[in-house]
Design a protein around this ligand. Structure first.
Ligand code: NDP
Length: 241
């Protein structure tokens, strides 16, 4: 029986690439989404990957969602906390709603999604948690005080959880992508995007598949001693260590 992997926001963008890569590596994948039913149904029809709809910022929905996945597919062995949003604006103009939406979707979701799977992983003595942070959680980004705070929080969460679970056969790592070619980046004004690309030594945006490949490695047995790591994948735009 193949291991079960849950990928939040797994039907689109980076999450879609992670779902596909894990499926190709032999995992039974459950990809979650939030509102884009059309995209999720098309993804399901094309890939045969199981899709589930719930809001990662709601703890009760996550508990119910994980219970559904486990009833359908079996215990969750790999959790990829990928779902995320932006609500950009300069902090002096930022609303409480912009702050809360980003913090709840990008950071509260770490609790809401990981809490329902971690005890089972501990009991079974095996698990992989992969958290998608961001270059902007490492370096901060003007216009993204909310997003930078949430993504930096993801890094702290990753390090603490890694220490708590290292003896239980569970690894917990964070991936910090730079600018990757997805809907999130396509939503940026063309001029802003051009100026960002000019600051990337690799001279291009990243491909979602490049995050997919790294996720497969982190999920594998080969990565058993890698835990608490913060992995930068950004075309040398920001060299963190
Ligand atoms: P997209 O906007 O392309 O996709 C976001 C995904 O998250 C969608 O599947 C969406 O579901 C899901 N989602 C959003 N809100 C919720 C919610 N409340 N509950 C459940 N699912 C939700 O994003 P990307 O693929 O670009 O980004 C994926 C992750 O990578 C995010 O955490 C992002 O912050 C991070 N990242 C992205 C970078 C980039 O350059 N693209 C750079 C660095 C980090 P639905 O399809 O239903 O809307």
């Amino acid at each position: 029986m193949s291991s079960v992997a849950v990928v939040t926001g797994g039907t689109r963008g980076i999450g879609e690439a992670i779902s596909r890569a894990l499926k190709d590596a032999g995992y039974t994948v459950a990809a979650t989404y939030h509102g884009n039913v059309e995209k999720a149904e098309a993804f399901k029809a094309e890939t045969g990957i199981h899709v589930y709809k719930w809001d990662v910022s709601h703890p009760e929905e996550c508990v119910e969602g994980i219970a559904r996945v486990e009833a359908d597919l079996g215990p969750v062995d790999v959790l990829v906390n990928n779902a995320g949003i932006t609500r950009d604006g300069m902090f002096h103009k930022m609303t409480w709603e912009q702050w809360r939406e980003v913090l709840s979707t990008n950071l509260d979701s770490m609790f809401a999604m990981t809490r329902p799977v971690i005890e089972g992983m501990r009991e079974r003595g095996h698990g992989r948690v992969i958290n998608i942070s961001s270059i902007n959680g490492q370096k901060g980004q003007m216009g993204q005080a909310n997003y930078s705070a949430a993504k930096a929080g993801v890094i702290g969460f990753t390090k603490a959880l890694a220490q708590e679970n290292a003896r239980k056969g569970i690894t917990v790592n964070a991936i910090c992508p730079g600018y990757i070619n997805t809907d999130m980046v396509a939503a940026m004004p063309e001029k802003v995007l051009e100026s960002i690309i000019s600051t990337i030594p690799a001279g291009r945006l990243g491909h979602p598949e490049e995050i997919g490949g790294l996720s497969v490695y982190l999920a594998s047995d080969a990565a058993a001693f890698m835990t608490g790591a913060v992995l930068t994948i950004n075309g040398a735009q920001y060299i963190a260590n």
